[in-house]
Design a protein around this ligand. Structure first.
Ligand code: ATP
Ligand code: MG
Length: 914
């Protein structure tokens, strides 16, 4: 064992340097939100950002890479949540060190280098290292003798330490079909003291066994096959290496700690928690699970928020919410009742900010999101937990062991108790939750609330069809290997032959007026929807005079290389093979470009005015307007909105040219470009900057833009509101739409000032004056009505009847309001100390209101105004209630009012006889 202690930071760096020395390019971690991949919730391994390289659809300028990738394993195929807090080696968030060969070196180098790094650079004892290799239990795929022999030939490797395992442990597949291959894992023997099953009779410690003695450190995957079907593998022409080593695990081995949590990567978080609880070390040890969960979940949430994932109700945001709430609850279990996660997150930022600068950049957003989410949770958690405990007791009484999914969902929807917490609490009571039922209930709710689209499928069913079509066209040399040429930046109108027309999934030779078709031509300037910018509209025309015309209303890219124009034939008979002109609707496109450039200006001003935390969370660039979602905890004030609008217009009037450059992603980022999370970038990016000499907007963007900001014309914000928890939405218009809006507003202004017989400038004071007058008039009317009501009341009080000793009055008082009716009941009670009164009035909407009052002594004799008013209101199709002495009600229909009032005497008589 190495005696020298390495810091986690240094170990990470040494890994990268070791492979850099072997000509690997360092590639920074991609965000936790995988770019362009809707099927995957979070990046869960180093290979995610290289997936397309293995599939052959993406190329990189290097063939060897090394990285430390941020990973989350908390959902989907890789979900380690249930181990977190229970063991010392699994986290929700962790770092995966990796070295990569894309058709470059293979098993020999990968194994040799792994061995050198572990035993020479890091001096791990050779006798403690084991390697697993693949042997197919079905005997269909060849055993990986190549890897086994490489291990055995390493200096000091004990040949008896090679072990073979089958498909589950040692064969890696990306998906059901596609690249795959055997893998070889390095395990470390931590010694007998780590065995936690010594007491179990018959137990032997072994690699991939049941106890904690052997620890999996590193997985070396050799991608050598392409799976064509469940039974057919074909060798790949280019073979790849993909390796992954958990940083926390190797650090715990090198620092000789018995737990990842005791390494300098995580222990500071435990200590920070301990400062808050004021536990001594023994108390901390007793409560290790809460300590571990808090450290793990806070670290994960910190990284998630830095990558733009804020707490919310669906998908990624739900996970963020769930882990924060779970950490908060475990905090409660060890006596932390006030929000405390921000304190722990400070430590995370301190520990990791050097290597992951996004943490420093988003510090404010991280801390405020954590605290706000804890506050939201504590507001509801107590009632939620109480409700859950009631439910569990009921189930226990009924001898049931499963909490129904509907109920656990209800706890989430109503009290914000995530399923995972409901499960924790249920398990503490020996019960389980029906998780399938929970998901069904959630799905139902999600669809009902319209959030279903967020993670919907991406269509793609026609991809196969277009792949074949492209291959045919390529064979016939009608299209080059790159497929359709695409240049929405320069081409507004192009000429070309109609290569294919597709209708209802089949190619057709000729179309007729009214038909909907998908048209393929060799080149196009029609923009395909992306980055929030909508697709272009336009026309495709026959190029022999205007013989035919198709109105294009959508453009799509079903598969790389194919761009299809979707539209309806308006006249003529377009045919495959005919010359055509494809013309983008220029006016509409200009409007879109104005909105797109304005979006960049808006984004820059939001950060300027609100702060750096205000980051893009979604965007729509249409021809009619733009919509921009961004992270910000509260409503933008009218003042801030005004400032933002004014600055954007100032930038427009400055008429700055846009600079568009293609450059390597890393360079663009270091030049200060804002990359968006969830957006996929290639190696080379398009970088759009505005401002001279000082750049004030710097974005990576594939959209189409105006030449200079003056082209935008005018920018007006039309609305500001909430889009989701922690996310605000601004809508705005520019150019044509802004002009139309101003014009419309001017007309309204003119019409209003004509109506009020004043000038637009004097409109506000005129309106105020009229409102004052109106208030005066209303007051007078109320006075008049009341004095009229008073007259009527005094007339009718004279008709009060005595039933035994009880004075009973039931009358309609036209024109009265509820305040004055209440006053009348007081007057009645003063005159008749033992009495019952019901007064009614019919409101301007034709519906009756009622008030009933009963004197104290009658209440003591069992009378109740609430019951009485309900009884009368029922006859009017309504309901109400109140105190025993006074109650109010409303009805729906006044036509029964006379009968209803007459029923009061009957009610009193009946009650006297009881
Ligand atoms: P295990 O069987 O221990 O869960 P795995 O087979 O799921 O590991 P891989 O998918 O091969 O692991 O990931 C590569 C490496 O990443 C592992 O060898 C391990 O060092 C590390 N690793 C995997 N999952 C986690 C986790 N949840 N927390 C920390 N490190 C992990
Ligand atoms: Mg695992």
């Amino acid at each position: 064992m190495t005696s020298e202690k390495y810091s986690g930071e240094r170990i990470r760096q040494e890994f990268i340097e070791f492979f850099s020395e072997h000509r690997h390019t360092f590639v920074p971690s991609s965000p936790l939100v995988p770019g362009g991949d809707q099927t995957l919730l979070f990046t869960n391994a180093g290979m995610v950002q290289f997936k397309d390289v293995f599939l052959g659809t993406d190329k990189r300028p290097y063939t060897r890479a090394a990285n430390s990738q941020k990973c989350m394993r908390v959902a989907g195929k890789h979900n380690d949540l249930e181990d977190v807090g229970q063991d010392n080696t699994h986290h929700t968030f962790f770092e995966m060190l990796g070295n990569w060969s894309f058709g470059d070196y293979y098993k020999k180098e990968a194994i040799t280098w792994a061995w050198q790094l572990l035993t020479e650079v890091w001096s791990l004892p050779r006798e403690n290292l084991w390697a697993t290799c693949f042997k197919d239990e079905k005997g269909e795929i060849p055993s990986d003798e190549e890897a086994a022999n490489e291990w055995k030939s390493q200096p000091g490797f004990n040949p008896a330490h090679v072990m073979y395992f089958g498909r589950k442990d040692n064969f890696w597949e990306m998906a059901e079909l596609g690249p795959c291959g055997p893998c070889s894992e390095v395990h470390f023997d931590r010694g007998l003291k780590y065995c936690d099953m010594k007491q179990i009779p018959g137990h032997t410690c072994q690699v991939n066994g049941d106890c904690k003695r052997f620890l999996e450190l590193w997985n070396l995957v050799f991608i050598q096959y392409n799976r064509l079907s469940p039974t057919v593998l074909e060798p790949l022409p280019a073979k790849h290496v993909d390796t992954g080593m958990g940083l926390e695990r190797i650090v715990s081995v090198l620092q000789d700690t018995d737990s990842n949590y005791k390494t300098d990567l995580l222990f500071p978080l435990l200590r920070a928690t301990q400062v808050l609880t004021q536990h001594n070390d023994v108390e901390m040890e007793i409560n290790l699970t809460p300590y571990r969960v808090i450290a793990d979940h806070t670290r994960a949430a910190t990284f998630l928020i830095a990558d733009g994932v804020v707490p919310g109700n669906v998908g990624r945001n739900y996970i963020c919410r769930m882990i924060i709430r779970r950490a908060s609850r475990f905090g409660t279990n060890i006596g932390l009742h006030d929000p405390f996660l921000a304190t722990i997150a400070e430590k995370v930022i301190e520990t990791y900010g050097g290597f992951y600068p996004e943490l420093l950049k988003n510090r404010a957003a991280i801390l405020s999101n954590l605290t706000r989410e804890e506050e939201r949770f504590t507001q509801t958690v107590e009632s939620g937990v109480a409700k859950l405990e009631n439910l569990l007791v009921k189930l226990q009484i009924g001898d049931k062991k499963i909490l129904p999914g509907e109920q656990s969902f209800d706890l989430y929807a109503t009290y914000g108790l995530p399923l995972e917490i409901t499960r924790d609490i249920s398990r503490e009571r020996g019960m389980e939750v029906d998780e399938t039922g929970f998901r069904e209930a959630m799905e139902k709710h999600r669809l009902a609330s319209g959030a279903g689209e967020a993670f919907g499928s991406q269509g793609g069913e026609d991809a196969e069809f277009y792949k074949d079509l492209l291959a045919d066209l390529e064979m016939g040399r009608q299209l080059g290997q790159e497929g359709v040429q695409y240049n929405p930046y320069e081409w507004i109108e192009v000429q070309g032959t109609v290569l294919a027309m597709v209708s209802q999934g089949e190619t057709i030779i000729e179309a007729k007026p009214g038909d909907w078709v998908e048209v393929l031509i060799p080149r196009t300037g029609f923009y395909v929807e992306s980055g929030g910018q909508v697709a272009d509209n336009g026309v495709i025309l026959g190029d022999h005079g205007e013989t035919w015309e198709i109105h294009i209303t959508d453009v799509r890219k079903p598969v790389a290389g194919a761009i299809i124009h979707i539209g309806q034939v308006v006249h003529g008979h377009p045919k495959t093979g005919e010359p055509a002109i494809a013309r983008v609707d220029h006016q509409r496109r200009m409007d879109i470009m104005r909105n797109h450039t304005a979006t960049h200006l808006l984004h820059a001003e939001l950060r300027e005015v609100l702060g750096d935390h205000a980051r893009q969370a979604g965007s729509l660039v249409a021809s009619t307007h733009l919509r921009f979602d961004f992270t910000h905890p509260q409503a933008v004030t009218p003042r801030q909105l005004e400032a933002i609008e004014a600055s954007v217009n100032k930038r427009i009037l400055g008429n700055y040219d846009l600079t568009i450059q293609y450059k390597p992603l890393q360079q663009a980022i270091s030049d200060g470009a804002t990359a968006l999370f969830g957006e996929k970038y290639g190696e080379t990016v398009r970088n759009i900057t505005i401002g001279e000499p000082e750049i004030f907007s710097n974005e990576l963007c594939g959209g189409t833009h105006v030449n200079s900001t003056g082209d935008i014309g005018l920018f007006l914000i039309t609305s500001e509101g909430s889009a989701a928890a922690g996310i605000r939405r601004i809508e705005a218009v520019t150019g044509t739409a802004a002009y139309e809006l101003v014009q419309k507003r001017f007309k309204i202004l003119k019409r209003s000032s004509n109506l009020l017989e004043t000038s637009p400038e004097d409109l506000p004071s005129r309106a105020e004056q009229i409102l004052d007058e109106l208030a005066e008039v209303r007051k007078t009317i109320t006075e008049l009505r009341r004095s009229q009501a008073r007259v009527i009341f005094h007339e009718k009080i004279g008709e009060t009847k005595l039933i035994h000793d009880v004075a009973v009055m039931a009358a309609e008082i036209p024109g009265a309001d509820s305040d004055i009716l209440r006053l009348f009941t007081d007057q009645f009670r003063q005159r008749y100390p033992t009495g019952v009164i019901v007064l009614a009035t019919v409101n301007s909407d034709g519906k009756p209101s009622l008030i009933a009052a009963i004197s104290e002594d009658l209440v003591n004799r069992g009378f109740n105004a609430g019951e009485l008013v309900k009884h009368v209101a029922a006859l009017l199709g309504g309901g109400g209630g109140g105190r025993p002495t006074i109650a109010q009600a409303g009805g729906k229909d006044a036509s029964n009012l006379v009968e209803a009032l007459a029923s009061v005497s009957v009610w009193v008589s009946e009650h006297l006889n009881k």
